[in-house]
Write a protein that binds this ligand. Structure first.
Ligand code: HAS
Ligand code: CU
Length: 592
């Protein structure tokens, strides 16, 4: 098979040994999180399906929070910073400006994760005053120990610094190449980070101004709707923060391993710009059932969400076209016959292609979620976890694992321990997820709730066209078990790869696009323009809803003194010290 032949080219490790170490460290952290997250996952699947229970139901939220946070914060984002570091260094073809800075942000991310995880695991020990049973959607009124919010803040700062690191590299490169187009991989990483910075405004205010001081006891009430809205301001774009590195891999690596070339570089740029513009002004689609937000704002969020389907539909076209090009290069013919000519024995290819297929289904359930009226049917049911196990759990998670099979040898100069196990692993993931998410979607349609240890209603059952509640539970549990086995196979395969012999010349260059960057209008690379428009759209979408939430519910909740307790003594001191001066009067004015 052509993909098995060595090109004789140097690997990423040969060319950038220092950066390869950082990428390996980030990916390893990501896989540790994946492994631990999977363990919590299977405990909770078997618990809520009532097939096998190791812990009391009172620990369910602790398990669910650990599973959620480890998977969607640690696994995904550590992978993101690793893969984007690789992508930026590789595509700009230059080392990072200051590797100590790089290790600093990586260190902060590790520290933040540890703090948050310690706070969560504290939930298993009721005798100590430490817990964070707040789920990965950690908005009020659920409250965590300050350590949890502190950890998240440190982690977030680490991710922002990672972006700064890549921008520094880009600016240095730009000075030497003033007239060149931004290489596609770097372009994608930078746009992702711009989106991330905008999205972070919401969560930073939520955590720093409200959740953290509230959990520290500075004030005892909170405007729950306000923190929820600020959370979703960030909580929707974060799903694209997970998706965009997967898309980067579909655009820039998948075509090569399909044996062909990317169909269109300009379309890839358009897609990422659309994500930057539209990812944030849609967060209210998670709040269709929140009574405090006027219907009109929900309709605006829905309309924006429907526009946001466009970049993914464009991606479906471009990526499948690139795969078809690859298959035809490999001798494939016919309307669909070319599908057989794809390199199905290559686990990196098969994993990414299956991830894409599942995303088609996940995107479909997303469209249903996004409909204001249909959302009422599925909100807070098991349908929603069904949706996100297809999107983040497969489109993103499986792509990351599959890409690792391709990338890991180039970070280590060693071959993968076993390709057949890798192939079995990605197929097992696909089958496991098909069972689990199908059961979740259908059970959700019948009203089975999400986020509960005891979903069974006494004396309530339903018969669906295919299956009963018991059968769905069984399907869910079998799916979850296959996913756990698949995760163990993945982690073991990568760990055992450390023991394979060192090799030389196993670098894998990426093919050039059929339609390259020079076909893309120059305006696409105008980052300032796009960030400007994105900010305007965010202001348009959020100013009025936030203003009305604050007007009705107060900044710190209805009827609460707007001056937090911690500020009060300070103002009183200023009032006394400054007496009748303007400053003294001002302090007195704020106090009363
Ligand atoms: Fe979502 C809830 C709407 C995409 C994640 N979403 C969630 C939650 C998560 C999540 C975690 O409007 C739950 C949050 C919670 O805990 O409460 N979502 C959408 C829409 C999209 C969408 C419209 N979601 C994602 C992605 C996620 C993600 C991506 C993670 C990575 N979602 C919602 C809504 C809710 C929601 C509501 C709130 C529900 C509620 O009531 O609580 C769209 O972006 C989807 C567009 C995708 C497509 C598919 C295109 C197909 C492609 C495949 C190409 C094929 C290939 C393979 C490459 C239109 C690109 C070919 C293979 C061959 C062999 C040929
Ligand atoms: Cu969303």
């Amino acid at each position: 098979m052509s993909e098995q032949l060595d090109s004789g080219a140097p690997t990423f490790l040969d060319r950038f040994p220092q950066e390869a170490r950082v990428v390996r460290a980030a990916l390893t952290s990501s896989f540790i999180a994946l492994f631990l997250g999977a363990l919590f996952g299977i405990v909770q699947t078997l618990h809520r399906t009532d097939l096998f229970r190791v812990l009391d139901s009172s620990y369910y939220y602790t398990i669910l929070t650990a599973h959620g946070v480890l998977m969607v914060v640690s696994f995904t984002i550590f992978f993101l910073v690793g893969i984007y570091t690789w992508a930026v260094v590789r595509s700009l073809d230059r080392p990072l400006e200051d590797i100590r800075f790089t290790w600093t942000w990586y260190g902060l991310m590790v520290l933040g994760t540890l703090l948050a995880v310690v706070a969560i695991l504290g939930g298993f020990f009721p005798s100590i005053d430490l817990s964070a049973d707040v789920l990965f959607t950690f908005y009020a009124p659920l409250q965590a120990h300050p350590l949890f919010y502190g950890g998240l803040a440190v982690f977030l700062i680490g991710t922002w610094m990672a972006g700064v690191d890549w921008f520094r590299s880009y600016f240095a490169w730009k000075q030497e190449h003033p007239d060149e187009r931004i290489p596609l991989q770097t372009f994608m990483a930078l746009i992702t980070m711009l989106m991330w910075y905008i999205a972070s405004i919401g969560i930073t205010i939520a955590v720093v101004v409200f959740l953290l001081p509230w959990s520290l006891g500075f004030f005892d009430q909170i405007n729950a709707l306000l923190t929820r809205t600020l959370f979703w301001f960030w909580g929707h774009p974060v799903v694209y923060f997970w998706l965009m590195p997967a898309y980067m891999l579909w655009y820039t690596v998948l075509p090569t391993i399909s044996g062909g070339r990317l169909f269109s570089d300009p379309l890839g740029r358009v897609v990422f710009v659309l994500f930057l513009l539209l990812s944030t002004p849609v967060g209210i689609h998670h709040q269709y059932l929140d009574p405090g937000i006027a219907e009109g704002f929900k309709v605006i969020a829905m309309t924006n969400t429907m526009f946001l389907l466009l970049p993914s539909l464009l991606t479906a076209f471009t990526v499948v076209a690139s795969m078809e090009h690859g298959a035809r290069q490999r001798g494939g013919t016919g309307l669909f016959g070319w599908l057989r000519a794809l390199p199905w024995r290559n686990p990196a290819f098969t994993g990414m292609a299956l991830a894409g297929l599942m995303f088609a289904a996940g995107g479909f359930s997303g469209m249903i979620n996004a409909g204001l009226n249909i959302n009422y049917l599925i909100h807070n049911t098991l349908w929603v976890p069904g949706h996100f196990h297809l999107t983040v759990g497969t489109a993103v998670g499986l792509t990351f694992m599959a890409a690792t099979y391709w990338l890991w040898p180039q970070l280590t100069n060693r071959r993968l321990y076993s390709r057949p196990i890798a192939l079995a692993q990605v197929i097992l993931w696909f089958v496991g997820m098909a069972l689990m998410s199908n059961a979740m979607h259908v059970a959700g349609l019948f009203g089975v709730p999400r986020r509960t240890a005891e979903p069974q209603y006494e004396g309530f059952d339903f018969t669906a066209t295919f299956g009963t509640i018991t059968e769905f539970d069984l399907q869910l549990a079998i799916g979850g078990t296959l996913l756990t086995i698949s995760t163990i196979l993945f982690v073991t395969n990568i760990a055992l790869s450390r023991g394979t012999p060192k090799l030389e010349g196993i670098g894998k260059p990426l093919s050039d696009p059929l339609s390259g960057p020079d076909d893309a209008p120059k305006i696409l690379d105008n980052l300032k323009l796009w960030i400007g428009i994105a900010l305007v759209l965010v202001i348009l979408a959020y100013t009025l809803p936030l203003a009305s939430i604050i007007e009705r519910g107060g900044v710190f909740g209805p009827g609460v003194d707007p001056v937090p307790m911690i500020v009060e003594p300070l103002l009183a001191y200023v009032e006394t010290a400054a007496g009748d001066s303007v400053i003294g009067q001002l302090a007195g004015g704020v106090l009363r």
